[in-house]
Design a protein around this ligand. Structure first.
Ligand code: NCD
Length: 316
């Protein structure tokens, strides 16, 4: 895995972890993302990736991420082999190994997007593949493209990253988007607050890494402790699929609900984000508040993935 990637250096590379991205070469990725946004708004898309094929292999349910990659590829003039309907319809249900599935798909496709329930599966796929592998979530591990679009959204909405106070709320233990975004934000001069029930605290190794960088860090159980100060409230769903004890999930799932009363205590220039899907963590009445950025965040995902696909396929 190369240490550091700008869009042009992405050519032929896998995207497995946010650790591949350093703040100095994130700016070119974001500039290309802005360019993709202009192109889509002006012309609907381009033919940059005409006749290129992406395989989208999703072993876990996905609406946004799969649709986002498909839309991104098609707006670049390419096409997609969508294997997103669950493995029950595929050869995997016959017992095929992940490396074999990957080595088969790369005979058809120029790159493969993979979502899989096991941590490290994206790396396993990359070890087997000749074509670039893009990690679209490996269990409770990482979700690098989500974190990049999250970071792009913060910068786009608030105009900067340094100096911000970002609070992550909810399932910080199993939420892979939180794990990836925390690592990216740790490269900036930010204050990070982690708001969760005891049992869903951020993994200790990640906490130690953030503290090791000398960032201001706060942990609390209560949104009220931070709501008046934060620039970004990043809300997450309790990750039901990672629980072995469903009774425990039921106890935790309604722990935080961001509603109009909570928003009344928040700053006027802050934003609320969520990787979605939400299952009750944000009251739909908050959607009309201009500070609710989560649907704009979804659209940014398509532009950001257009930039990454162009980079990986050597057209950036
Ligand atoms: C997230 C995921 O799959 O990790 N969703 C997404 O990609 N937008 C968050 C989640 O499922 O809670």
């Amino acid at each position: 895995m190369p240490a550091s990637l700008a869009p042009r250096e992405l050519a032929g590379q896998d995207i497995l972890s946010v650790r591949q991205f350093q703040r100095d070469n994130l700016e070119p990725v974001f500039a290309l993302t802005e360019h993709m946004r202009e192109v889509v708004r002006r012309d609907g898309g381009t033919d940059l990736l005409a006749r290129r094929v992406l395989a989208a292999l999703f072993f876990e349910p996905s609406t946004r991420t799969s649709a986002s990659f498909i839309a991104a590829m098609e707006r670049l003039g390419g096409s997609v082999i969508p294997i997103t309907q669950g493995v029950q319809f595929s050869s995997v249900s016959k017992g095929e190994s992940l490396p074999d599935t990957i080595r088969t798909l790369e005979q058809y496709a120029d790159a493969i997007v993979l979502r899989h329930p096991v941590i490290g599966s994206a790396q396993e796929a990359a070890d087997a593949a000749q074509v670039p592998i893009i990690n679209a979530g490996d269990g409770a591990g990482e979700h690098p493209t989500q974190a990049l679009l999250d970071l792009f959204t913060i910068r786009d909405e608030l105009g900067k990253l340094d100096g911000l106070h970002v609070a992550m709320v909810g399932d910080l233990r199993f939420g892979r988007t939180v794990h990836s975004l925390t690592q990216l934000l740790a490269q900036y001069r930010v204050k990070l607050s982690f708001v969760s029930p005891e049992i869903l605290r951020l993994p200790l190794d990640l906490m130690n890494e953030v503290r090791g960088r000398g960032l201001a860090v706060q942990e609390t159980y209560s949104v009220a402790d931070v709501i008046g100060e934060v620039d970004v409230l990043y809300v997450t769903r309790v990750q039901k699929e990672r629980f072995t004890d469903l009774a425990q999930y039921e106890e935790l799932k309604g722990y935080y609900v961001i509603d109009e009363a909570i928003m009344a205590a928040a700053r006027r220039d802050m934003i609320v984000m969520h990787p979605l899907p939400r299952v009750g963590e944000i009251d739909p009445r908050v959607d009309a508040d201009p500070r609710a950025a989560y649907f704009r965040q979804v659209q940014n995902g398509m532009f950001l993935r257009m930039a990454l696909l162009a980079g990986v396929l050597g057209k950036a």
